[in-house]
Structure formats: structure tokens, C-alpha cells
Design a protein around this ligand. Structure first.
Ligand code: ADP
Ligand code: ZN
Length: 738
């Protein structure tokens, strides 16, 4: 008897072998029911093998849940890579691959009883029936004119069953069960107007050719570095069309569905004639809808899938092309276990499935860009805006001077920005105001000279810890007292800084009482349709100004926006994170890219207290190459990614001392027999020292290679039994150090 290795559902990560009869089609990726001790359990078959003589009989499988395997060999291979690379349990990875809606046995395809006409009644038949049974007559007449002469029985109204039965008995119609698709968004279906391919410019043409080439003959991933508005999306659309023409399927990953409505709409519009083949996976799907979409994808009925991070696991057969839009976006990293990076998993999936992958961005991550320099990825560039408009003019305004001029240390709007806003309202043009509000860890900055307190060893800003009244470095553990005056210029006004979107709204209402504006941020996101409604209001010019956080930095395209103001460009610059400069550069460049996307020229005003910060200056000149060259130099020097890997080990507990003590134990054990090149940071309180009532402590680890790092940490975690209420989490390739 053959045997199957089964991963049991549930957090315990149990794997057992079971036998099964030769004639049961069990293969890897099947879902099965099995006996487990004295209960029944469900699980996923990881592999099957011919029987081996173990000297004892294996228990047999109870039954197969689905007739077909739900996971392909390739997806199982991907799962096992993720589990090893990120140090996550295989069970948690499988759970990401098979959404609850698909695993749950309570979900199933929804079917409807349909009546189909079997014989065409003549006029006399109809009359004759009508005399005896008017209801039957009505049914026959409606069926005759229905598409395919088929209707749902429910459509005949209540109490039609007897009539349907009678007609069935008389041989007029047949009743069948038919699967129907629960249409996502059925209630908010907007009209889609088909769009047609544009004539590409030379740069786009070259890019498309390169993508088609790897669709035909997959090789390295392709990084498409195109400035904002360079027409990357048009290249994606035409590449997707080509893949479909080759009978291949397409997976499109976007940072967040609700924040990229325009990208989704453009795909729907371009493939309007194939709209049934487009599946959009977003978080608002009901379990039933998710179930249906998943099976539509698996059976090849949907050949284009658009979704956020988790769509990377969409079970598309014949995958030919993966597009990762805004590949630098942080939302691709999952912040709960398994802590995978959607872009990196996509790259691996493309490798396993032997399909083309394109990573697109105006501001690629340094990891991806570095890979092009190393020859691991191919680079393709779009250096000009597609509609031959020039890049917007970016002005950098020194808020230190502004605050002196206005004699207000808390001034939010410079005079220039206020005037620029007024001008837009006069001219009936629109503006976007952007507030970079990241993290809660605050740093100390001098309003007079712009100095921020930095770690002398790590080139990151020190974080202020209120409870200890200290500044700390979250990379190496360096600590210092909180200076009473600026260490540079001795100004005593040095202070913590930061303000929110609500404050901006208040001030705006005072200085521009006539302006119509709305705010988009996490609070505004909470209600389901607020975001969409606000964006629509802005699009239809019911609003003059849109205020938002980094949420509005993504793929939005409003032709009437001619002014973008960035209120506090440097707040993200002084957070304890080696990617601070990269993020600031990306944000300014992306936000600035929202200006001047129509016929009118765009202007960007960047307010900052550190106007000379390289990230700001390079963004001002739209100079990705200059920025990446300088930033990569810094990363190399300090062994930060992409030169080596960086991970965070976090321990949390409601009991502060216990959490701290556990982390110290782990720290000690990590220092025993470390793999070559491992750099272990200090055990320190996390910047977010307490969350959900739990105290958090963390260690930052750096290592030239990923695998030895993960293996070492996993080994230490395995041999350390954690106190009951202490939880340890490991985040490989961490992007969040708070
Ligand atoms: P990106 O995705 O790089 O930010 P988009 O694809 O949004 O750029 O393109 C910006 C604008 O340029 C869009 O309005 C798009 O319709 C237009 N566009 C793109 N390609 C072309 C082209 N070849 N000819 C004319 N307009 C184009
Ligand atoms: Zn340091």
C-alpha cells in the first residue's frame, strides 16, 4: 500500500504518515481526512511514496476531501521554501496558500436549480396549456425567450414549484443543478468602458519587447524602472495581452487593492471583452466569493488575477507572467506569520514555475536595483513621461527660515505653499497635500539648525524613550542622555516633533476658509466606502484639496492636480531605521509624481527642516541613480541590506521582566557557535515598547547570508523553552524595526 505524508491542520505542526489504497488518487497537495489519536483531523498531503516496510502497519487515511489536489507541486515547493527561509511553520504557510474559505468544508460551490426547455411548444400547445394551467403557460413563454432557453427556477416566483414539476413530467422542461458564481462587487459594479492599446513610444516599445521575450523564454526577473507617468501600466497591459495570446495566464500584484483602484480599473477596461476571465482578489470578498474566485482561478476560468500580497499564491495554471507593480512598496511584506515578502515570493514562484516576472517602480527598492547591478535581474528603463509632459518642478522650502519669518515655531504651511494653494483654487485646479507621518517613535530635532540626534555608530536617528528619559539606537544599543539644548547650535528649543493630518485640516480651514477639502488616512480608511467616495469626489472636482498620508502616494492619477505639497518631508528621515532615507526618497518621488499628469504643468513644494538631506535633494532632481549610488555606499559600509540580510527577533509578554529576561537568554544562546559573519545587536526594548498590553524587546541580527541566519535562530528557539506567557517572533528581511 502506498503512503502519504500528511501535515495536520492546527498550530502544532504535526506530520504523520498514513497508508491508502492503490485505487484512491492521493497525490501531494490533496486535502484529506485522517484519524489522529482518538479523533478525526484534516490535513494536507505533502508527499506520497511507495510503501516501505516499517515493521508496523500505518493507519489508513479516512478519505479524500476534494477529488483533485488543491495545491500543485510547484506551490508546495514554494511553501516549503517560505517555511525554511522565513523560519515559519509549514502549517502557517499552507494556511496562507489555501485561504480559510477554500479549506473550510462548510464552503462549497453554490448551485441553483435551473429549468431548461426541452421541446419547443407550438402556438397551439401554449394555448392549450394556458386554458388548463395559466401558470405553466407563463413559465413556458418566459423560458422560450430566455437566453439558452434556461432560467433559474427561483425566477418564476414563489409557488412555481408545482407548475415546474408538472411541466417536467409532461416532458416540456428538464431541471438541472447548475453552479453559479457569486459575483464579487455585484452591488457596486461600475460601468467599464473598454480601452484599446496605445501606440507605444520607443522606450515603452523596447520594454514590451523585453517582456515578451521572457514570456516566450523565461529567464532573469526584469526590473522596469520607469519614472512616474512613464507609461509602465500601458506596458503591463500589452504584455499581459501577449501572454494571454500565448495561452498563458497572468498574475498582477499591486500594493493594496483599495489604494490602487485606478490600476485595477485600467486592467478591467483593457480586458473588458474578457471580463469574465479577470479575477480581482481583495480583502472585502465574502467567504463564498473567495471560494468561487479561487476555484475559478484554479480551473483556468480566470486567466488574469489582480490582487495584493496574498494573491501571489493564486493557483493559476499555465502561469506565464507575474507583474509586481510598485515593487518597492512595504505593504508587500506580511507582518504576521508567515512573514514573507510578496515580491520576493513572486520572484521565487516565477523561478519555480518557469515564467516571466516583471518588477515595476519609479523608485525600486535598493535590493532589486542592486540585483540588476549584480546581473541577477535584467534592467529596463523608461526615462520620460509617456505623454511627453515634463517632470514636475520640485521646490524645496526650508521650514526653519519659514518658522522664523512667521515667528511661529509650529507653523505648518509656508507662505509659498499657502499662495500656491490659493492660486490653484482661483484657477480651478486641484492640489494634494501630503503628510509623512510614520511611526510613533519620535526623534529629537533642533528647529533652529535642523540637527537631529544620531547614533555615532550606525547612522540612524536615536529614538526617544520616554520611560527611561533616554535616546537609544535600535541597531547597536548605543544610549545617550536627552540633551537640554541642541548639541550643534546650543539652541534650547530642540524638541520632539510631529503633527497629524487632523491638525493640518484645522489649520487649512483657517487659512483657506473657501477651500473644499477632504482627508484620507488610516482613520478614514476604516469605513468601507469612504476611501472610494472621497477619491471619486476628488476626481469629479467636487474637492479642491486632498489631504493624506503615504496612502495617497500610490498609483493615483488625477489629470487636474497641478500642485502637490509635502508638509514635513523629513519626519520619516529621522526614524530608527536604516531604510529611512530610502523611504523618504521614495515617498517624495512618488508623491511628486502625482502632480502634472494632465495637460497642465505640475509643481511640487517640499517643506523640510533638513533641506540638504541627500534623500530630499536627489528626489528634487528626480535622480534615482544619484540617490542609489550614495545610499548603496552607506549600506555597504554598515553591512545593511542589500549587502547581507537583516532580521529582527522580538519577544513580547505582559510581564515585562520575563520578556526581557527571555530575550537576554536568547541573546546569550545566539552568541554560542554563531554562523560566520553573524552580527548580533543588543537585547533592547522595541521602539514600540508596549503594545496590546505586552512589553516588547528585540534584537537586530545581520548576516551575509539568509539561510544560516534563519537556521541558527530557529535552532536556538527550538532548544529554548519559553515561559508560558512569552511569545517570540522572528522576522527575516524585516522592514519594520518598531
Ligand atoms: P506609470 O504607470 O508609469 O505611472 P501610466 O501608465 O499611468 O504611467 O501612464 C501615464 C499616462 O500616460 C497615462 O494617462 C497613460 O494613458 C498615458 N500613456 C501611457 N503610454 C502612452 C503612450 N504610448 N502614448 C500616449 N499616452 C500614453
Ligand atoms: Zn547604533
Amino acid at each position: 500500500m502506498p503512503q502519504a505524508r500528511v501535515l495536520i491542520d492546527g498550530p502544532s505542526e504535526l506530520v504523520f504518515d498514513y497508508s491508502f489504497a492503490d485505487d484512491v488518487p492521493v497525490v501531494a497537495g490533496c486535502r484529506v481526512r485522517v484519524p489522529l489519536r482518538n479523533r478525526n483531523a484534516t490535513g494536507t498531503v505533502l508527499s506520497v511514496a511507495a510503501s516501505t516496510d516499517l515493521g508496523f502497519a500505518l493507519r489508513p487515511l479516512t478519505s479524500l476531501i476534494d477529488p483533485q489536489p488543491l495545491l500543485t507541486k510547484e506551490l508546495l515547493e514554494l511553501a516549503s521554501w517560505i517555511a525554511q527561509y522565513y523560519g515559519s511553520s509549514m502549517e502557517s504557510v499552507i494556511r496562507s496558500l489555501l485561504p480559510e474559505a477554500v479549506r473550510s468544508e462548510t464552503n462549497s460551490a453554490k448551485s441553483q436549480k435551473m429549468a431548461c426547455l426541452l421541446r419547443i411548444p407550438s402556438a397551439e400547445d401554449i394555448l392549450a396549456i394556458g386554458k388548463k394551467a395559466p401558470r405553466q403557460q407563463t413559465i413556458l413563454i418566459s423560458l422560450q425567450s430566455a437566453p439558452d432557453q434556461k432560467m433559474m427556477i427561483a425566477e418564476f416566483g414563489s409557488g412555481a414549484h408545482a407548475s415546474v414539476k408538472a411541466l417536467e413530467k409532461a416532458g416540456w422542461l428538464g431541471v438541472v443543478d447548475e453552479e453559479i458564481r457569486r459575483e464579487p462587487d455585484a452591488d457596486m459594479q461600475e460601468e467599464i468602458i473598454e480601452s484599446f492599446p496605445l501606440k507605444l513610444n520607443d522606450e515603452q516599445h523596447a520594454a514590451l519587447a523585453a517582456v515578451c521575450k521572457i514570456i516566450d523564454h523565461p529567464e532573469k526577473p526584469l526590473l522596469l524602472l520607469g519614472v512616474t507617468g512613464s507609461g509602465k501600466t500601458e506596458v503591463y497591459l500589452q504584455a499581459a495581452r501577449y501572454a494571454l495570446s500565448q495561452q498563458k495566464t497572468v498574475l498582477v500584484l499591486v500594493p493594496e487593492i483599495s489604494l490602487t483602484p485606478q490600476t485595477v480599473r485600467r486592467f478591467k477596461a483593457r480586458f473588458a471583452s474578457l471580463i469574465d476571465q479577470v479575477a480581482v482578489l481583495h480583502s472585502h470578498l465574502s467567504q463564498g466569493e473567495r471560494f468561487d474566485e479561487w476555484h475559478r482561478i484554479r480551473t483556468g476560468k480566470a486567466s488574469i488575477v489582480i490582487g495584493a500580497r496574498s494573491a501571489v499564491f493564486a493557483p493559476l495554471p499555465h502561469l506565464g507572467l507575474i507583474l509586481v507593480d510598485e515593487e518597492h512598496d512595504n505593504s508587500y511584506k506580511q507582518d504576521t506569520a508567515p512573514r514573507y515578502h510578496g515580491r520576493d515570493v513572486a520572484v521565487l514562484r516565477a523561478h519555480i514555475e518557469k515564467c516571466a516576472i516583471v518588477l515595476g517602480s519609479a523608485t525600486p527598492s535598493l535590493e532589486s536595483f542592486h540585483n540588476t547591478q549584480q546581473g541577477k535581474y535584467q534592467l529596463c528603463r523608461l526615462n520620460n513621461r509617456a505623454d511627453s509632459h515634463s517632470m514636475p518642478l520640485v521646490r524645496v522650502l526650508d521650514m526653519r527660515l519659514e518658522k522664523q519669518k512667521q515667528k511661529n515655531a509650529h507653523a505648518i504651511f509656508s507662505d509659498k505653499l499657502r499662495q500656491a494653494l490659493e492660486l490653484r483654487i482661483e484657477r480651478n485646479e486641484q492640489s494634494i497635500l501630503f503628510l509623512n507621518r510614520r511611526g510613533f517613535a519620535r526623534s529629537l530635532q533642533c528647529p533652529a539648525c535642523g540637527h537631529t540626534c544620531q547614533c555615532p555608530h550606525c547612522a540612524v536617528a536615536l529614538t526617544y524613550h520616554r520611560t527611561e528619559e533616554r535616546l537609544m539606537c535600535h541597531i547597536c544599543g548605543y544610549q545617550s542622555i536627552v540633551p537640554r539644548k541642541c548639541p550643534e547650535c546650543k539652541d534650547p528649543a530642540i524638541s520632539l516633533h510631529g503633527y497629524g493630518t487632523q491638525k493640518v485640516e484645522d489649520v487649512l480651514g483657517m487659512i483657506l476658509p473657501k477651500a473644499k477639502f477632504a482627508r484620507i488616512d488610516a482613520d478614514a480608511m476604516r469605513k468601507k466606502n469612504t476611501l472610494r467616495d472621497t477619491l471619486n469626489a476628488f476626481k469629479s472636482k467636487k474637492l479642491d484639496i486632498l489631504i493624506g498620508t503615504q496612502m495617497i502616494a500610490k498609483g493615483l492619477h488625477f489629470p487636474n492636480v497641478t500642485l502637490v505639497g509635502i508638509l514635513n518631508a523629513d519626519i520619516g528621515l529621522h526614524v530608527p531605521d536604516f531604510r529611512a532615507a530610502e523611504r523618504t526618497f521614495q515617498l517624495i518621488t512618488q508623491v511628486a509624481g502625482r502632480a502634472g499628469r494632465g495637460e497642465l504643468e505640475g509643481e511640487v513644494i517640499v517643506q523640510t527642516c533638513t533641506p540638504h538631506a541627500p534623500a530630499i535633494q536627489f528626489a528634487r532632481r528626480h535622480d534615482f541613480d544619484g540617490f542609489s549610488e550614495q545610499e548603496l555606499e552607506f549600506r555597504r559600509e554598515f553591512h545593511f541590506p542589500p549587502f547581507g540580510r537583516c532580521a529582527v527577533l522580538t519577544v513580547r509578554s505582559t510581564h515585562e521582566r520575563r520578556a526581557e529576561f527571555t530575550l537576554q537568554t536568547l541573546h546569550r544562546r545566539l552568541s554560542e557557535n554563531p554562523p560566520p559573519g553573524l552580527q548580533i545587536g543588543e537585547a533592547l526594548p522595541s521602539p514600540l515598547t508596549r503594545s496590546h498590553g505586552q512589553f516588547r524587546f528585540q534584537i537586530t541580527l545581520r548576516c551575509p547570508q539568509a539561510r544560516p541566519l534563519t537556521k541558527h535562530v530557529q535552532a536556538v528557539l527550538q532548544k529554548t523553552s519559553l515561559p508560558e506567557d512569552v511569545i517570540a517572533t522572528f522576522d527575516m528581511d524585516a522592514i519594520n524595526f518598531s
